[in-house]
Design a protein around this ligand. Structure first.
Ligand code: NAD
Length: 495
């Protein structure tokens, strides 16, 4: 095993010397990542094909172009986002300069997951760079071809004194977690998330935990159920269900189920033919361990397999599978499925759906397919989830302005766009004052001995109020007048 302590020490040395402070340096590194994606597109496509049989279109859109677009946005906004941000003044800071000064944390540890192995290692790295941090990147060993591509290519494109890839699995991550970082960004399961949080707590290191969970989809009786089902199935069977925000299970009435199951059969056939195993658009399960886990779910279900169910373990293939007649004790409902199995649970009413959702851990995503605004609003307002999407799945991730992250056991913190930059930034509050006589005179009441006669003036001065829009000199005069009046009224009251 490499000497990780030495790596972190080197990175910290570069950080302390200010190597990542210059905005031009950060822009150059982001441009290098963009160039790495362009120059090695085929290499990444091949790696993802080998790891997950990922179709080229999915690799291009959700992995390669996602990261490129991220770089473009960060470069476009970096001067604005790294600038000091003035904050509103109060009567007591009228002559001062209060502002937020964005500063990087230092050395960040980024631990990626295997289902979008390129995206989930690089999408946190880009804002970490933009914010001025150094970083250790630990791609997931479960997607070995992509992990190798990153370990080979990153040193060719990024400054090795500031950004280093560490390869390996659990033993390596365990060793890394013994070291002190200034930020930890973890993507993976909730179980491991707790290990990360414990390690971070040892040094009180701030961390973002991008975790998973069972994301429900409530399906109402819509006029255009076919579109609803298409969008639901796309979220479920894309990447063979190995997406943290894939709809995990469906909640609907028996009568809706009767309408959607035939639609599901039709759409799955249209997309993947009668033989999804030979479709170039369908992924494989990442590892034999995960195939066995999913196989167990299918074998032990007490529901009815109405679509799919075929498993070819040696090919790591599991057919798109839909199961009806499922209850919460079923094998499919004991943990996040993270595979191409869609259980349908029947409910009688919206209230029952809400109760069921609230009886479980807070999900990463909650989907509602409905044209009834009061149903949508009721579910949104009476449940809690990392995100809430109406009449679609997954696409919430593509809206850069929306922070992406969980709540409760589905995660802590968020990223994407400006939210990613904010994640890797400490907004240091700065108050700059001068040593001039005027404000010193106005605020000298703070010094002992205290004069009870001045309390009216002090309370008036420190009262929380919005500053008027007209010039501050006029306001200052008003304030002084107010102070004088306060003082006078206090004197009068005393007599
Ligand atoms: P994984 O096995 O790739 O693990 C993720 C990372 O954690 C890897 O780098 C791995 O080396 C490390 N790791 C694993 N076990 C560890 C241990 N005991 N100690 C220290 N480090 C350890 O991925 P996974 O956990 O199987 O990923 C699937 C889970 O991740 C699902 O729950 C999914 O919902 C979630 N996920 C969440 C997001 C998100 O953005 N919120 C994205 C993708 C996946």
């Amino acid at each position: 095993m490499e000497n990780f302590g030495k790596i972190v020490q080197e990175l910290r040395g570069s950080f302390m010397k200010g190597r990542t402070r210059s905005i031009e340096f950060r822009i150059q590194q982001l441009k290098n990542i963009e160039r790495m994606m362009i120059e090695n597109e085929q290499c990444f496509i091949d790696a993802l094909k080998s790891d997950l049989n990922k179709p080229v279109q999915d690799t291009i859109l959700a992995e390669i172009d996602y990261v490129k677009n991220d770089c473009i946005s960060l470069i476009r906004n970096i001067h604005k986002w790294t600038a000091d941000q003035p904050v509103a003044k109060s009567p007591t800071t009228l002559m001062d300069k209060p502002y937020l000064h964005p500063e990087p944390f230092g050395v960040a540890l980024i631990i990626g997951a295997w289902n979008f192995p390129l995206h989930l290692s690089l999408a946190p790295l880009t804002p970490a760079i933009a914010a001025g941090n150094c970083a250790v990147i630990k791609p997931s060993e479960i997607a070995p071809a992509t992990a190798k591509a990153l370990a080979d290519l990153i040193p060719l494109y990024l400054d090795q004194q500031c950004y280093r890839v560490v390869s390996g699995g659990v033993p390596e991550t365990t060793e890394l977690l013994k070291l002190q970082f200034d930020y930890i960004f973890y993507t993976g399961s909730t179980v491991v998330g707790k290990i990360i949080a414990e390690a971070a707590a040892k040094y009180l290191t701030p961390c973002t935990l991008e975790l998973g969970g069972k994301s429900p989809a409530f399906v109402d009786d819509c006029t255009n159920l076919e579109t609803a089902v298409k969008r639901l199935l796309w979220g479920k069977f894309n990447n063979a269900g190995q997406i943290c925000v894939a709809p995990d299970y469906v909640l609907c009435t028996k009568s809706v189920e009767k309408k959607i199951v035939p639609l599901m059969k039709k759409i799955i056939k249209e997309w993947y033919s009668d033989q999804p195993a030979s479709s170039g658009c369908y992924c494989r399960i990442v590892s034999t361990r995960h195939v066995e886990r999913l196989q167990n779910m299918i074998n032990k279900t007490t529901g009815n397999i109405v679509i799919g169910g075929t498993i070819e373990a040696s090919e790591k293939y599991i057919e798109p599978t839909v199961i009806t007649g499922v209850n919460f004790d079923d094998s499919t409902m004991q943990e996040e499925i993270f595979g191409p199995i869609l259980p349908i649970i029947n409910i009688e009413s919206v209230n029952e759906a809400i109760e069921l959702i609230n009886s479980r851990d807070k999900p990463l995503a909650l989907y509602v397919f409905s044209e009834n605004e009061s149903v949508i609003n009721q579910i949104r307002d009476q449940t809690s989830s990392g995100g809430f999407t109406v009449n679609d799945t997954i696409l919430q991730l593509s809206v850069e302005e929306l922070p992406f992250g969980g709540v409760g056991s589905s995660g802590t913190g968020a990223y994407h766009g400006k939210h990613g930059f904010d994640t890797f930034t400490h907004y240091k509050p700065v108050l700059e004052k001068d040593l001039g006589w005027m404000m010193e005179k106005v605020s000298d009441f703070r010094y002992p001995p205290y004069d009870p006669k001045r309390i009216g003036f002090i309370r008036n001065l420190t009262k929380n109020r919005e500053l008027p829009s007209f010039g501050f000199l006029k306001y200052l005069m008003m304030l002084l007048l107010g102070g004088v009046l306060g003082y006078a009224s206090a004197c009068l009251a005393k007599e």
